[in-house]
Ligand binder design. Structure first.
Ligand SMILES: Cc1cc2nc3c(=O)[nH]c(=O)nc-3n(C[C@H](O)[C@H](O)[C@H](O)COP(=O)(O)OP(=O)(O)OC[C@H]3O[C@@H](n4cnc5c(N)ncnc54)[C@H](O)[C@@H]3O)c2cc1C
Length: 373
């Protein structure tokens, strides 16, 4: 549901959920009631990282992340997550739409308090009935929307906001498979509290990193040629509000990450089997992918930056524009991001075109269907 005005908090569903949200406490505080051993507490609270936050700061509302994982498991679309985007693109094409790639937007055109189209630079200008902005929110505001079109989300205001952590990535192609290494592997830093403090507090390079290694080929062998495999290595890292010089630090950090994987998993010979690799640092997320401060999980999920206080899907700065993605309501993470798209679609079809769009028809593990009436 959209949250656009204070009265939206008076909806019966919100009032009913309020006592369960527990937003004034952290995930760690809440789950420490149920788990006494420190290792169990870490195992049940590290999911705060999915929002780029510390378990000691992330609101207990998000204990739902661990619950969902443990109740319903973690799903992998065959072909990788890009298979979802490809399927959605196909729906657009089937419905007669056209998707332009490799055509960067230079500016959202706003006239008389109303979005009227896009300036594509050398690609010309496009007029539009509605403009939906899906680039990273803070990047889009500071780069694609003229300052005079903004009152709430000024550059200064965006600079003051709190952002998630970033990630250091290794995408590896190997000429060896590790069939006994599970799909998901989490290597927790020896001193996890200190590691989290480096990432979200002092914003310094982790001395002993926590690492997620995805060996997806055990589930989806088509991701690599026979006998080989692909590994996706994600290391939570500070965003660019810190002073890490990634152009200098990246090579040594890459070596530390590979050494840690070799020491703490059965992939002892990983380095000898890399045939291709791509490194992404927080600076690459900003420079190559247009993510503000490299904060890939966007505006942080403190309660003061959520719901009414997060950028609204029906954009509040000018008419005729909608915003979607992790930096908008309801928040970061793919299911929530898709929900921002659904809310925006509803606002356009129902409010502007008078076509009602139904709610989720049915819930349950692995079952959710939507229908358009
Ligand atoms: C390494 C990593 C792992 C993650 N893992 C998970 C996970 O397991 N589960 C989960 O739920 N979430 C995960 N997330 C979070 C989630 O994937 C991201 O938050 C999500 O992709 C963000 O979606 P978005 O639509 O907001 O932005 P993006 O996916 O960044 O999409 C924005 C698009 O806008 C385009 N764009 C930018 N500038 C312009 C311009 N000027 N002109 C035209 N186009 C432009 C970009 O090219 C991009 O395609 C992960 C994120 C990262 C970085």
């Amino acid at each position: 549901m959209p949250y656009e005005k204070l009265s939206d908090f008076l909806r019966p569903n919100f009032i009913k959920a309020l006592p369960l949200l527990d937003a004034s406490r952290s995930i760690y505080d809440r789950l420490s009631r149920y788990f006494q051993h420190e290792n169990m507490r870490v195992a049940m609270t590290f999911q705060a990282k999915y929002l780029g936050m510390s378990p000691w700061e992330c609101p207990a509302t998000f204990t739902i992340l661990a619950l969902i994982e443990h109740l319903w498991g973690v799903w992998h679309p065959i072909g990788g997550l890009n298979a979802l985007s490809a399927a959605m693109a196909q729906v657009v094409r089937d419905e007669g739409g056209t998707i332009h790639t490799g055509t960067p937007v230079r500016q959202v055109l706003v006239r008389g308090g109303r979005a009227v189209g896009l300036d594509l630079g050398s690609g010309g200008k496009v007029e539009a009935d509605q403009v939906i902005i899906n680039a990273d929110f803070a990047y889009a505001m500071t780069n694609l929307v003229a300052p005079e079109a903004r009152r709430r989300w000024t550059d200064a205001e965006l600079g003051r906001r709190e952002y998630s952590c970033s990630t250091f990535m290794l995408y590896l192609a190997l000429d060896k498979a590790y069939p006994t290494v599970p799909h998901h592997n989490i290597i927790v830093a020896e001193d996890y509290r200190a590691n989290v403090a480096e990432i979200v507090g002092s914003k310094t390079l982790p001395a002993s990193p926590s690492i997620y290694v995805q060996n997806a080929c055990v589930t989806d062998p088509g991701l690599a040629p026979a006998g080989g495999s692909t590994l996706y290595v994600l290391v939570p890292a500070p965003n660019l509000s810190g002073s890490v010089d990634w152009s200098r630090e990246a090579p040594a950090f890459r070596d530390l990450v590979l050494r840690t994987i070799a020491e703490r998993t059965e992939m002892k010979d990983i380095e000898q089997h890399i045939v291709a690799e791509r490194v992404y640092t927080p600076a690459d997320w900003e420079g190559r992918e247009n993510v503000y401060r490299g904060a890939v999980f966007n505006l942080s999920h403190r309660i003061r930056q959520m719901l009414l206080w997060r950028p609204h899907n029906r954009f509040e700065e000018f008419a005729n524009a909608y915003i979607v993605g992790g930096g908008t309501h309801p928040g970061s993470g793919l299911p929530t991001i898709y929900e921002s798209g659904r809310i925006a679609a509803n606002l356009i079809t129902a409010a502007e075109r008078g076509v009602p769009f139904s709610q989720v028809a049915k819930h349950g593990p692995g079952v959710a269907s939507y229908s358009v009436e």
